[in-house]
Design a protein around this ligand. Structure first.
Ligand SMILES: Cc1cc2nc3c(=O)[nH]c(=O)nc-3n(C[C@H](O)[C@H](O)[C@H](O)COP(=O)(O)O)c2cc1C
Length: 193
């Protein structure tokens, strides 16, 4: 049976650098027989976590928006690829909303001892793709830590980062000498049996 790969494009801008790399990754996954799905976060109706703690009761969020649909996709995916830009030395706002709204998974896992995948007990893994305008040595540090925590909570092995600094204008990633090849090869390994 073919693996399902969920790609989440978190940048809000057209011709986004991180999204271009994600598209390349999903194209590679398709050629390898993977069943891919791409979600643009900017197309969804999403609201930030209110910190109300209601999800602690049953692992269900009280906010009615598109996040539960995304949670379902995340539960079912065999592989997850998150592509997000760096804003103010961390993930951008849309990505942060996504991460915070995964708190019901935390409640399910740690309070209710329930699986975060459906079907459970599968070996799942994921990749983080990101681009940043500057070349500061620690520019991906906060974002990577957040994404690692997200993957850990979902029992998704954090397989590999594909992080590219010094890439600022939309589409500038196309001039990068290695990024596309590195993403292709990361996806190949991610899908290897
Ligand atoms: C609001 C905003 C904040 C940003 N903050 C940073 C930053 O702190 N560090 C950095 O290196 N680049 C920063 N950038 C530049 C982006 O990380 C860069 O343009 C990146 O390639 C965007 O990825 P995207 O095309 O996938 O959206 C910022 C851009 C915006 C719009």
């Amino acid at each position: 049976m073919s693996l399902s790969i969920l790609g989440i494009a978190c940048s809000p801008r057209p011709k986004s650098n991180s999204s271009q790399l994600l598209l390349e990754g999903l194209k590679t996954a398709q050629t390898l027989g993977g069943k891919t799905e791409l979600v643009y976060l900017a197309d969804l109706k999403i609201h930030p976590c209110r910190g109300c703690g209601a999800c602690s009761t049953k692992g269900v969020c009280v906010i009615r928006d598109d996040i539960p649909m995304l949670q379902e996709k995340l539960k079912q995916a065999d592989r997850v690829v998150i592509a997000a830009p760096i804003y103010f030395m961390g993930v951008n706002a849309q990505t942060k909303i996504l991460l915070d709204r995964m708190q019901p998974f935390w409640a399910l896992k740690y309070l209710h001892r329930q699986p975060t995948a459906n079907p459970p007990d599968r070996k799942r893994s994921g990749i983080f793709i990101s681009t940043a305008g500057t070349r500061k040595p620690d520019v991906f540090k906060c974002a990577e830590r957040s994404i690692q925590t997200f993957f850990h909570m979902l029992d998704i092995r954090y397989f590999q980062p594909c992080l590219y600094s010094g890439v600022d204008q939309a589409g500038e990633i196309f001039d990068h000498p290695t990024a596309f090849e590195e993403v292709r090869s990361a996806i190949q390994i991610l899908l290897a049996p």
